[in-house]
Design a protein around this ligand. Structure first.
Ligand code: PBG
Length: 337
């Protein structure tokens, strides 16, 4: 044994780890991490058609919401004490183009949703994804020419996308595209437009993961996607590279950083937190949700306990907060006590 307390001999039977575990009150006293609604952010899929509520086949229990339905749902979010939501638009194929112009249309679905939610519930934070995949006919996060995803030309468009979102009232700009240099470019563009107080949460360590499958169905980008995203998203084999990515984004001006996916990358969250001590968030992604939900719907796992155990794992790994499709359900349980 490495740690031996000389005074106590460091041995059983004097040392009994089970002493502290025997009563609920004593377990509560020694508990090292806590979970509450304040730890959660709720990702929401939005669609046209005011009060539409449209189920997503690969994510049972998750719906696409029209703007009116969204505003209603955010009333509960506010009441439950969930600090923020993240918006993801389902875009009809007819609006997708090779140059993704819809990304910076100030009247696009995301901007209209931000305005409506801000007006009705000003106390709830709104985060918007910055990437071209909902609007690009190639399904990629960046512009594609001659089969290559262009970096600098994409960054140019991302800055315009970020500015229209900020102008609509978005509180947190969240670039999820993994282009190089986009955090600095977006920060400069926001500042130049007077949005120096708009925050940036960078998807700094985002992996080329198969766990995003259900999300791509939910936003309607899976059909369009040609090939994979390995030329910009990270290789799941890498860990040191995540620290470099996060370090760069912090230097470029990110206020908060995200690791994505979450569950299979808890080691990355811990390394990032230890190395930088910055506000660090985990994205408990669509495939992680679907996996757990499917097992529970089959009666193979107990939904409530596994959901809470999963969320606690993110806290233990060092996350300040978790973007999770479980946010509302979990917060309802916290409220009940
Ligand atoms: C797109 C984006 C993705 C997710 C968030 N933003 C998918 C992707 O990169 O292909 C995935 C979220 C999830 O799976 O829940 N830029």
């Amino acid at each position: 044994m490495k740690h031996v307390d000389k005074r106590m001999d460091g041995r059983f039977p004097r040392i009994r780890m089970r002493r502290n575990r025997q009563d609920a009150w004593s377990r509560a006293m020694v508990s090292e991490n806590t979970l509450s609604a304040a730890d959660l952010m709720w990702p929401v899929f939005i669609t046209e058609g005011g009060d539409t509520v449209e189920p997503i086949a690969s994510m049972p229990g998750v719906n696409r919401l029209g703007i009116d339905a969204l505003v209603d749902a955010v009333a509960e979010v506010a009441d439950l004490g969930i600090p923020a939501i993240a918006l993801f638009p389902y875009t009809d194929d007819s609006l997708k183009t090779p140059e993704a112009e819809q990304a910076y249309n100030p009247d696009n679905l995301v901007c209209r949703a931000v305005q409506a939610v801000k007006k009705a519930h000003p106390g709830v934070g709104i985060m918007c994804d910055v990437a071209l995949d909902p609007y690009n006919s190639d399904g990629h996060d960046g512009l594609v020419r001659d089969g290559r995803v262009l970096n600098d030309e994409t960054v140019e468009i991302l800055t315009r996308q970020a500015v229209v979102q900020a102008r609509a009232g978005c509180d947190i700009i969240a670039p999820s595209d993994m282009m190089d240099g986009r955090i600095a470019a977006i920060r400069d563009a926001l500042d130049a437009e007077g949005f120096q107080d708009v925050r940036i949460m960078s998807y700094a360590a985002k992996y080329a993961s198969a766990f995003y499958g259900p999300f791509r169905d939910a936003v309607g980008s899976s059909g369009a996607l040609k090939g994979d995203k390995k030329t910009y998203q990270m290789d799941p084999a890498n860990s040191d590279e995540a620290l470099r990515e996060v370090g760069l984004d912090i230097d470029e001006g990110a206020d908060m950083i995200m690791v994505k996916p979450g569950l299979a990358y808890l080691d990355i969250i811990r390394r990032v937190k230890d190395a930088y001590s910055v506000p660090t968030f985990a994205y408990n992604v669509s495939g992680e949700y679907a996996m757990l939900k499917a097992a529970c719907d089959n009666g193979w796992l107990d939904y409530e306990t596994v959901m809470m155990e999963t969320l606690m794992a993110f806290k233990r790994a060092g996350s300040n907060g978790i973007l999770t499709y479980f946010a509302v359900e979990a917060a309802r349980r916290f409220k009940k006590g």
